[in-house]
Ligand binder design. Structure first.
Ligand SMILES: [Zn+2]
Length: 269
């Protein structure tokens, strides 16, 4: 999995905890959890997910052991939140910079009064332009249809990319789906189905190719073992730098897309 650094409303102050203090957290018992899991999200703050029958007395020690991770990520999330809020996230976008396609689309809005929430999006080339015909006061509907347009673009583009890399590396996969994932750039299931986040469109082509290769390598190793990284290295010797660049890549995602729903961070990613 390639993880995504999400945003959070957690304040910067949480980075100044003294040694004795534990960060505040909530505990959730989950039928599906096999082991203890920590996550940080906008909606839930720091959450400790435990399996059924787990001894609650052990939790403070687990949280204490994960202190550095928690503090580090609370800071990261707070910085991200500040950045997003500075990007006018509640307004409609006037352009889309799809770095992976090397395409910058300008967006023009044409107001029509309509009772339905239908939004029409027309493409024109040279220069690249999207004409959005809608009731532009219905910001949610406009955003929804722009997002659908992005998902379709991603679907067409990534399918070609993935089969090209799959052929080159001789790492076959079963199917590819483009999704709006909140926490991940991509994932690969046991039966070799690859899911990709449409927001990858906003990242540089080299980084996107790395994410696709990363997921293809998971068709052989379902983990991040040395064997897995050796396989990645065989096809992309520059993988460490590319992987690291993903930590900052959220800055390239327009804030109006990122403010939907909560994203989660897990120490296991
Ligand atoms: Zn992975």
């Amino acid at each position: 999995m390639t993880n995504h650094q999400p945003r959070s409303k957690i304040s910067l102050k949480s980075g100044n905890l003294t040694n004795e203090q534990l960060p505040e957290y909530t505990v959730r018992v989950s039928d599906r959890a096999k082991c203890v899991r920590l996550s940080i999200s906008v909606e839930d703050g720091l959450e400790v997910v435990i399996p059924n029958n787990y001894d609650h007395k052990k939790i403070p020690e687990i949280v204490q052991n994960k202190r550095d991770w928690i503090i580090r990520n609370q800071l990261k999330l707070a910085q991200r939140e500040a950045f997003l809020q500075s990007q006018a996230p509640h307004e409609l976008p006037d352009h889309l910079n799809l770095r992976s396609l090397n395409q910058e689309w300008q967006i023009e809005y044409q107001q029509v009064s309509t009772k339905s929430r239908l939004v029409k999006i027309q493409e024109s080339k040279a220069p690249l332009k999207l004409t959005v015909t809608a009731d532009i006061n219905d910001i949610e509907a406009c955003k929804f249809f722009l997002k659908q347009w992005l998902i379709q673009k991603a679907d067409r583009h990534f399918l070609g990319c993935l089969s090209r890399i799959s052929n080159r590396t001789k790492l076959p996969y079963r199917a590819m789906t483009v999704r709006s994932q909140k926490t991940l750039w991509g994932s690969c299931s046991r039966d070799r189905n690859i899911s990709l986040n449409y927001k990858l469109l906003f990242l540089e082509a080299a980084v996107v190719e790395y994410v696709l290769l990363h997921e293809l390598c998971h068709t052989v190793h379902m983990n991040h073992s040395d064997k897995f990284w050796n396989l990645v290295n065989k096809f992309e010797p520059n993988y460490k730098l590319l992987d690291k660049s993903l930590n900052q890549a959220w800055k390239l995602i327009p804030a109006w897309l990122d403010l939907e729903g909560a994203a989660k961070l897990r120490p296991q990613d």
